[in-house]
Design a protein. Structure first.
Length: 315
């Protein structure tokens, strides 16, 4: 089994489970992998192979407990998951054309991984309805085994699609569920960063701005602890919008004044207008592009832009 191969190579490298798992997965989850109770995701296999100075193929070779057919499918899934990570959607598209889901007697977890590949692919090419269908199938199948990275990734992608479709209550329900599982299994802290961000975004869209800011500060604090950046531009814009709604103009200035993006300059211009420094506000505002996609595609920022445009033109 693949878990046994990982264990053998770990022993050959004189590493404990704690040493191999550190910063990748929890020791408990590594133990489950080595016992054969769960199938690790491609990302996990890649990270483990890097630490063990081997290749992913080394984990898959000489697996006597699987039929050749099963090994080939396992290799194919790992390969396609890697192609997704690299953004090689043409390769993944050819895989989907093979209709692998029609293969009989696939284990539920492998079916879940295939649905996950489909879901990520359809999302990447803009077919959100198809993506949601396969992500839902993947979550159902992958939830039958102990938590692992594939399950977390498809769950978080479904949450993002729910937010886009304004299904905020559904997003919150799923966030609550995945958060409890991450805490229970002492999971990779980087995934908590993604959860906190989506909590903040969801609560903002539900007009619960204090709660949104509370989750944003958790998100930001964890990023600083791990020296890890997640959705930098999107997260900066989110906190500006939260602070605007909270009417915390001073904190808004502190955060936005060094942001050279159009978004940052817009909120800084608003700060100066709100504080009565009309001259400085007008200087910043007049330097903004009049048809910026970031502004015009966002309802709140478009409202701020139109407000300043109307008021400053009168002066």
């Amino acid at each position: 089994m693949i878990g046994q191969r990982i264990k053998e190579i770990r022993h050959n490298n004189n590493l404990t489970q704690e040493e191999l798992a550190q910063g990748i997965i929890s020791r408990t989850y590594l133990s489950l992998i080595e016992k054969g109770n769960v199938q690790p995701s491609t990302n996990v296999l890649i990270k483990l192979s890097e630490r063990l100075n081997c290749t992913v193929d080394d984990f898959l070779n000489d697996i006597s407990n699987f039929e050749h057919h099963d090994v080939e499918i396992l290799k194919e899934l790992s390969y396609q998951e890697y192609q997704l990570k690299e953004g090689n959607y043409k390769v993944v598209g050819h895989f989907i054309e093979k209709n692998v889901l029609s293969v009989q007697h696939l284990p539920p977890e492998d079916c879940g991984r295939i649905h996950a590949i489909y879901g990520h692919y359809f999302n990447a090419i803009g077919k959100k309805v198809d993506a949601m269908k396969h992500l839902t199938e993947a979550i159902g199948l992958l939830s039958t085994v102990p938590i692992h990275q594939n399950y977390i990734d498809v769950t978080l992608l479904k949450i993002e699609l729910d937010i886009i479709e304004e299904n905020f209550e559904a997003a919150l329900d799923t966030l609550d569920s995945i958060f409890k599982e991450l805490i229970k299994f002492d999971w990779n802290t980087a995934d908590l960063i993604r959860v906190y961000f989506n909590y903040s975004l969801t609560y903002f869209n539900l007009n619960q701005h204090f709660t949104a800011y509370r989750y944003y500060t958790k998100f930001e604090s964890l990023q600083q602890q791990l020296d890890f950046t997640y959705k930098q531009d999107e997260s900066r814009t989110l906190v500006y919008k939260i602070l605007y709604k909270l009417n915390d103009t001073e904190m808004l200035r502190q955060r936005s004044q060094h942001d050279e993006r159009t978004t940052g300059r817009l909120f800084t211009a608003y700060y100066y207008f709100a504080r009565g420094n009309i001259r400085r506000s007008k200087e910043l505002f007049e330097g903004l592009p009049k048809e910026d996609e970031d502004i015009y595609s966002d309802k709140l920022m478009k409202e701020i832009f139109d407000f300043l445009n109307e008021r400053l033109l009168m002066i």
